[in-house]
Write a protein that binds this ligand. Structure first.
Ligand SMILES: [Zn+2]
Length: 146
C-alpha cells in the first residue's frame, strides 16, 4: 500500500503542525498568524498558485495535476472558539480564552497534508483548489465578499 505508507510518513511533521496551530488559536476573520503559517507551508510544498487575503485571512491555493481536466475543491476551516482551554497539554492554547475546541486545527492540518502529498505526486488530472477558510464559527466566512 504505497500511498498509505507515503502519507503515514508525514505523521510526525503533521502532528507538529497541529500542535502549533492548536497552541496559537485565532477567532473569526482574524486568522492572521494561522494564514501566515499555512501560506509558508504551501510555499514550501511548491503549490502552483496562492491567493491570500480572501475574506480577510482566507487562502485559496491551486495545485495542477499531470494533465488538464476538472478542478476539485478541498476545504478546511481555520478559526477557533472563544473558550478557555483547561488542559495541561504541552501544546495548550497560548491565547487566554481562545481554543481550538472544534477541530479546525485538525482540519487545517489535514488539508496541509493533502497539499503536501498532491504537490509532491501530481498523480491526477485537472486541478485541486485548496480552500482555507476563516470565520466558520459564525461570521459567514465562506459567504463573505470581503
Ligand atoms: Zn467548527
Amino acid at each position: 500500500m504505497p500511498i498509505i505508507n507515503r502519507i503515514a510518513d508525514y505523521f510526525d511533521e503533521m502532528q507538529g503542525w497541529r500542535h502549533h496551530i492548536h497552541a496559537n488559536p485565532e477567532l473569526g476573520f482574524d486568522c492572521f498568524e494561522t494564514a501566515k503559517f499555512v501560506e509558508s507551508k504551501l510555499e514550501e510544498f511548491g503549490v502552483d498558485e496562492i491567493h491570500s487575503q480572501i475574506a480577510k485571512t482566507g487562502i485559496v491555493a491551486i495545485i495542477k495535476g499531470k494533465s488538464t481536466g476538472k478542478t476539485i475543491g478541498l476545504r478546511a476551516d481555520m478559526d477557533a472558539l472563544p473558550l478557555a482551554e483547561l488542559t495541561n497539554k504541552k501544546y495548550r492554547s497560548k491565547h487566554e480564552g481562545v481554543m481550538h475546541a472544534c477541530g479546525h486545527d485538525g482540519h487545517t492540518t489535514m488539508l496541509l497534508g493533502a497539499a503536501k502529498y498532491l504537490s509532491e505526486t501530481r498523480n491526477f488530472s485537472g486541478n485541486v483548489a485548496l480552500i482555507f477558510q476563516p470565520a466558520e464559527e459564525g461570521g459567514g466566512g465562506s459567504q463573505s465578499d470581503v
